[in-house]
Ligand binder design. Structure first.
Ligand code: S3P
Length: 174
C-alpha cells in the first residue's frame, strides 16, 4: 500500500511532478482524471456536461477506491478530489499524501491559458478567475492541509521531492 497521492489546486503541477516521481521511484503513474476518462469512455468536460458535478464526484470517488487497492502507484489527483466524500482520509490511510501549494496569482496566470478543458472555470474572465480561485482555495485548503506533507509548487525541485518521499516511505514502511 505504498501509494503516493499528489493533491493541490488545478494547474499546480501534480501531473508533471507525479510522472517524474513515478519514473524515479519506479512506480506506476496514474492521472486520476485520465483514469476516469478511460474507465467511463468520456472526457471530463463531457461527464460534467452530461451528468453534472455531483455525478462526476461519485465517479471520482469510485475510481479512487479502485486505485487504492493497487500498490506502488503515484497518483495525481484532480483539484477537487480531496474535498469530496472521505477521499482525503482514504488517501492518508493508504499512503503518503503531498499537497503541492501555489499562490492565487501563480494559479491564475497558469489557468488563464488552460481553462478550456476545465469545466469549473471554462467561461471565466481573468478577473473572475482570480476571485474564484481565491475563494475556492480558501475552502479547499481545509482539505489540502490534511495532507501529510506540503511542498511549494513554484520552482518545485522534483529530485528533492523524490529523495524526501523515499525517506518517508522508508521510515513509515507503509
Ligand atoms: C477539478 C479539477 C480537474 C478535474 C475537474 C475538476 C476541480 O483536475 O478533476 O475538472 O474540481 O478542481 P485538475 O486539477 O487535474 O485540473
Amino acid at each position: 500500500m505504498t501509494n503516493i497521492y499528489l493533491i493541490g489546486y488545478m494547474a499546480s503541477g501534480k501531473s508533471t511532478a507525479g510522472q517524474k516521481l513515478a519514473n524515479k521511484l519506479n512506480y506506476k503513474f496514474i492521472d486520476l482524471d485520465k483514469f476516469i476518462e478511460s474507465e467511463y469512455g468520456k472526457t471530463i468536460p463531457q461527464i460534467f456536461a452530461e451528468k453534472g458535478e455531483s455525478e462526476f464526484r461519485a465517479y471520482e470517488h469510485n475510481m479512487l477506491k479502485k486505485i487504492i487497492e493497487m500498490n506502488n502507484v503515484v497518483i495525481a489527483c484532480g483539484g477537487g478530489t480531496p474535498c469530496f466524500y472521505n477521499n482525503i482520509d482514504l488517501m492518508n490511510n493508504t499512503g503518503v499524501t503531498v499537497y503541492i501549494k501555489m499562490s492565487v496569482d501563480a494559479l491564475t496566470s497558469r489557468l488563464k491559458t488552460a481553462k478550456e478543458e476545465r469545466p469549473l472555470i471554462k467561461n471565466k474572465t481573468e478577473e473572475e478567475l482570480k476571485k474564484f480561485i481565491a475563494r475556492q482555495l480558501e475552502i479547499r485548503e481545509d482539505f489540502y492541509h490534511k495532507a501529510q506533507y506540503l511542498v511549494k509548487g513554484k520552482d518545485l525541485n522534483v529530485d528533492e521531492l523524490v529523495e524526501f518521499i523515499k525517506s518517508q516511505i522508508e521510515t513509515k514502511k507503509v
